[in-house]
Design a protein around this ligand. Sequence first.
Ligand code: GAL
Length: 355
Amino acid sequence: MIDQSTFGKMPDGTIVEQFCLTNSHNVSIEILNLGGIIRRWLIPNNKNARTDIVLGFDTVNDYLSDDSYLGALVGRYANRIGQGKFSLAGSDYQTDINLGDNCLHGGSHGFNSKVWQSTVLSSDDNPSIMLQLFSPDGDQGFPGALSVKVIYTLTEHNRLKIEYFATADHTTLYNPTNHSYFNLSGHDSGSVKTHQIQILASHFTPTDEHAIPIGEMADVDKTPFDLRSLTTISQSLDSDHQQIEYGKGLDHNLCLDAYDSQSKVATFAGKAEADDINLKIYTNMPGIQLFTANHFANKKGKNGASYQAHQGVCFETQFYPDTPNQPNFPSATLRAGKEFYSVTEYEVLFKEHSF
Ligand code: GAL
């Protein structure tokens, strides 16, 4: 089932629509056509209610004035490009610079801040919506006109499937992701430090102090990035490893060992005492930027919540950061006329409760 309603208005008066996708297990996911933002993700709990497992805001203005990309689709290039400079097909490009000296998440006016064209594809058993956006040649300094499409489907298996499609008329870069912050005890429940994470990655990409990769794919062995078995987040966050100090927490790309979209690449498990919600992640992208909301402080969230550092975790499936400047990283180049496709699925496992 899909319920469509008005969420608010952009500063120019454009209406922002909200689509609430619900399946027969009483899981609901609310998605805005503004930035494809996942605003609420409701899972039935044992208190005869539903737990909202993603951080979000109440108004359009809250989303537009914040720099944390809560729940949003990110593009053209998720993560950083060093100094916003790269060479592609014999030409040099300079993108918009919006974080220090670097380009973050596609520049100041990224896909997260745009109202996308929306179409309901199915409102039956596996509710599905399609969002489309046209990014003109030179948008934020990136080459080529790019047409992008994202399909969100909530399946009967409690998976949110996110499919990304794109084509360009000129060779360009494309590295999309979704930037949801998960907290399996509820968005307003405080820190996730006692949650557990597993990521099937034997390498990570160490960075300089500005989160730009230094070019290495380092072994995770004996580092806070060894999450190959289920690990309590505080173990990594409390480490005095220089990389953790740089980011004031986890804010790193892990290089997935296998990424065929069928095999699970990551698990996120709730606090031991309330351990009845688990998240499993599947993708065909080579990396996951793991980010633990390190800079949050008294951020005014949904329904009067106040978000603090480490209140949520992002599993941003993507190419590695700064790939156009790192020849040994998997390439994020999209050739003119070729169809880009990637898929990420977030599966929520929970004990079914009757209402
Ligand atoms: C993450 C990034 C962080 C921070 C965040 C947005 O993807 O790695 O450093 O910029 O987005 O607040």
